[in-house]
Write a protein that binds this ligand. Structure first.
Ligand code: SF4
Length: 101
């Protein structure tokens, strides 16, 4: 398990984002299709260690299910009522996790 000085602050921030989303019109839980694709991208990512992301220390099984979360490396984005939360900031090969840019 990865535990850094960022682990607890990041978990608190993620919970705050989810709570804020709860009071908005955006979805709190990501749709099943979005979760599946996010999990696929995480599973091919070199930053995945066990079930945790080594960049943010989040448990990706939880992170990928929350609509308000986004990948810290730009491999997937948050899901809102206007977006499906999959468009990365940069192009990444989902099979190798290698950036194409
Ligand atoms: S950097 Fe992004 S894609 Fe990689 S494990 Fe972390 S959350 Fe998943």
């Amino acid at each position: 398990m990865i535990f850094t000085r960022h682990t607890i602050p990041n978990a608190i921030k993620a919970a705050a984002r989810a709570i804020r989303t709860f009071f908005s019109k955006d979805p709190v839980i990501a749709s099943a299709g979005v979760q599946s694709i996010r999990e696929l991208r995480c599973s091919a990512c070199p930053h995945l260690v066990g079930d945790q992301c080594s960049l943010c220390s989040c448990f990706v099984s939880v992170k990928t299910s929350l609509a308000s979360e986004a990948c810290p490396d730009g491999r997937w984005s948050k899901e809102t009522r206007f977006s499906k939360g999959l468009i990365p900031k940069r192009s990444v090969d989902i099979h190798t996790g290698v950036s194409r840019n």
